[in-house]
Design a protein around this ligand. Structure first.
Ligand code: HEM
Length: 452
């Protein structure tokens, strides 16, 4: 008997995306209005081909095809021109390493994210969340985007290095990271590679910021070397890591590259997701009231702690739903290491594959009323309808986000701490436009804290 699964596999709709222009192909649409363009594509097929100048890019839009790509890291590796450029900036860390090296690195870095360690990082998060919530005044508008970025920079920096980083050092890391992330994105999307070589002020600022970050990391590593021991932070875990099979350790250069990778991977993503969450809650009094009710019941007037996180189930659903509507990692790229077939289409070695969690998360076939912010769609009895490969805020497979549990813990603590104390009101007339850059961010978001 032929199962539904087989029918789907046979009848894949494979097509070229509409609207491509001679020579440039779909590059103008992707550059000018990437989200609207990508969101229009599922109607045209399960696997679409886009042209970006001379390059062809394959976009799987059906969850089953997405799974085939992400779960087969041997054939669909992280690579291509974007990763080559990222390697020049990040060195050879988890995000940029090719498959063979990635497996070894991942084995070594993974213990730093062991649940027992996350409890320690959560303690850091707890204090930082309380400090940020305590710094606001009634009625005085704050830029929530900036506040969340300060918060996640402080948490990540202090989880990495327990050494109390002076406020000016944290501010430097935050400033430099912003400049590096922006510059890295502009380099990634420039197919000519020319922009980075022009004598522009932005390029000088990028180079200075990157040098300062490298120096700061070198100083922190030297400081650790001088004292040694396990201080419970991420850096100690990286120094302690030993491959059980080979006995090998991470070299000092590799530790440096992992630290930069973790700063870049962990700060902007979590800050963007938290900012989107406040934006969504600000427009939805019922969802906000449900969050307040849970926080009051579980936490009362205390500062939320790690032990509260498993009980803050509605808070987790709120964040999960914000990640659905605005996944910071709005695209994920892969490159084929060998010729392979996808949906019956032959992809030669070196083919680029693009996966867009943003598009998958707004597919009405999986998420009814996809534009609606509905945290309760993640209630256990309803969440079962979400098929594998449809919801990928943290990716999937061998390159799935290593900081997913840490990021979730940090976010739940931040939401519960702020919501226990403040109601964040949108500033009337303030407009938010999603900015699809390295992360999908809302940019500045002015909101007014009102005491609860
Ligand atoms: C809400 C917050 C976060 C989101 C949405 C997010 C999303 C992602 C996604 C989608 C990937 C996979 C990229 C790919 O497949 O190419 C990834 C990888 C990664 N993330 Fe996260 N991330 C978040 C927070 C964090 C945090 C807090 C850290 C650590 C401090 C972190 C560290 C990493 C690392 C190291 C990788 C590379 C993993 C590997 O290739 O083995 N992330 N993240």
């Amino acid at each position: 008997m032929r199962t539904a699964q087989h029918t789907v596999t046979r009848d894949w709709r494979v097509a070229t995306a509409p609207g491509g222009l001679p020579l440039v192909g779909h590059a103008p649409q992707l550059a000018r209005r990437p989200l609207a363009f990508l969101a229009s594509l599922p109607a045209h097929g399960d696997l679409l081909e886009l042209r970006l100048g001379p390059r062809r890019v394959h976009l799987p839009l059906h969850p089953e095809l997405v799974q085939q790509v992400l779960l087969n890291g041997r054939v669909y590796d992280s690579g291509g021109p974007v990763k080559d450029k990222a390697r020049q900036i990040l060195g050879n860390g988890l995000i940029t390493a090719g498959r063979a090296d990635h497996r070894r690195q991942r084995r070594l870095v993974q213990p730093a994210f062991h649940p027992a360690r996350i409890e320690g990082y959560a303690e850091v998060a707890r204090h930082e969340c309380a400090a940020v919530a305590g710094s606001w005044s009634t009625g005085r508008a704050v830029d929530v985007g900036r506040e969340m970025q300060t918060l996640t920079t402080r948490i990540t920096a202090r989880a990495l290095f327990t050494t109390d980083m002076a406020p000016h050092a944290v501010a430097e890391v935050q400033h430099c990271l912003r400049t590096v992330v922006r510059g890295a994105y502009h380099r990634a999307i420039d197919p000519t590679g020319l922009v980075a070589r022009l004598p522009l002020a932005a390029n000088r600022a990028f180079a200075t910021a990157l040098t300062r970050l490298h120096r700061r990391i070198d100083r922190l590593i030297a400081d650790y070397r001088a004292t040694g021991g396990d201080r419970g932070d991420l850096l100690s875990a990286l120094f302690a890591a030993r491959d059980e099979e080979t006995g090998e350790r991470l070299s000092e250069r590799e530790i440096h590259d992992q630290v930069l990778t973790l700063l870049l991977a962990g700060i902007e993503t979590t800050a963007a997701a938290l900012t989107w969450t406040w934006f969504l809650l600000g427009r939805d009094p019922a969802a906000e009231a449900a969050l307040h009710a849970e926080v009051d019941a579980v936490v009362g007037g205390r500062t939320p702690a790690f032990a509260d996180v498993p009980r803050l189930v509605h808070t987790q659903r709120v964040f999960t739903e914000a990640l659905r509507l605005f996944p910071p990692a709005w695209i994920i790229t892969r490159t084929t290491t060998e010729g392979t077939e996808l949906a019956g289409r032959w992809l030669p070695p070196g083919s680029d594959v693009l996966i867009s969690p943003y598009v998958l998360h707004r597919d009405a076939r999986t998420f009814p009323r996809p534009e609606t912010f509905d945290p309760d769609r993640w209630l256990p009895e309803r969440a079962g309808e979400v098929t594998r490969g449809s919801y990928l805020p943290f990716g999937a497979g061998s390159r799935k986000c290593l900081g997913d549990v840490f990021g979730m813990t940090e976010a739940v603590l931040a939401l519960a701490t702020v919501a226990g104390r403040w109601r964040l009101r949108p500033v009337p007339g303030a407009r938010v436009r999603p900015r699809p850059q390295m992360s999908l961010t809302p940019g500045p978001l002015a909101m007014v804290p009102e005491p609860r």
